[in-house]
Unconditional design. Structure first.
Length: 185
């Protein structure tokens, strides 16, 4: 039988009887439109494809109990509902994650928060150091290399390494001193 010329109502009747060909025709007729609807709301191609696939899988799984009057409207509503449900779940997950961060911060003592702030501030100052100073500082403080090991690693003299390290530490101390003056007020 040729299902291409069948109406939606006829296709739904055939689908209720278990016709895979009718289902294939419904899919071919509506998948692009449903994908466009899903993408309009989700702005994510992969998510949109998953939602459309899920809607058609449910349509096939519930074929015997279908009571659909307008197929296009039903599919469009199902897609929109699925996208909104997904967006709600994602929003809720972000709220829970935000709450967990807030709970974590509320359990920290003031001293721990101050320490965390200072460490983040120092990290930012180190990121802003001139490149050579930053590299030498990171090798020294983060990797525990000696000035001799750093000089061999970078192919520069030990005195140059010491100079970069001194300059970097001086910049960090100055920034930290200024920050502490602001921090205490």
């Amino acid at each position: 039988m040729n299902y291409k010329s069948s109406s939606d109502k006829e296709l739904l009747g055939y689908l209720k009887e278990g016709s895979q060909e009718a289902f294939t025709e419904i899919y071919n007729r509506y998948w692009k439109q449903m994908l466009a609807i899903a993408y309009t709301f989700s702005k994510d191609k992969s998510v949109s494809q998953d939602i459309v696939q899920e809607i058609f899988a449910k349509l096939w799984a519930r074929q015997a109990e279908l009571n659909i009057e307008y197929l296009n409207t039903y599919l469009g509503s199902a897609v929109r509902f699925s996208v909104f449900k997904l967006i709600y779940k994602q929003k809720r997950r972000l709220e829970i994650e935000s709450q967990n961060v807030a709970d974590e911060l509320s359990t920290l003592t003031e001293e721990q928060i101050d320490t965390r702030f200072i460490q983040e501030y120092i990290n930012k100052v180190v990121e802003d150091l001139p490149e050579n100073c930053r590299m030498v500082f990171n090798y020294s403080r983060n990797y525990g290399l000696s000035t001799t090991e750093i000089s061999m690693e970078l192919g520069i003299s030990k005195k140059t390494v010491e100079g970069y390290l001194t300059k970097g530490l001086k910049i960090i101390r100055l920034n930290l001193k200024n920050a502490m003056n602001l921090f205490l007020f």
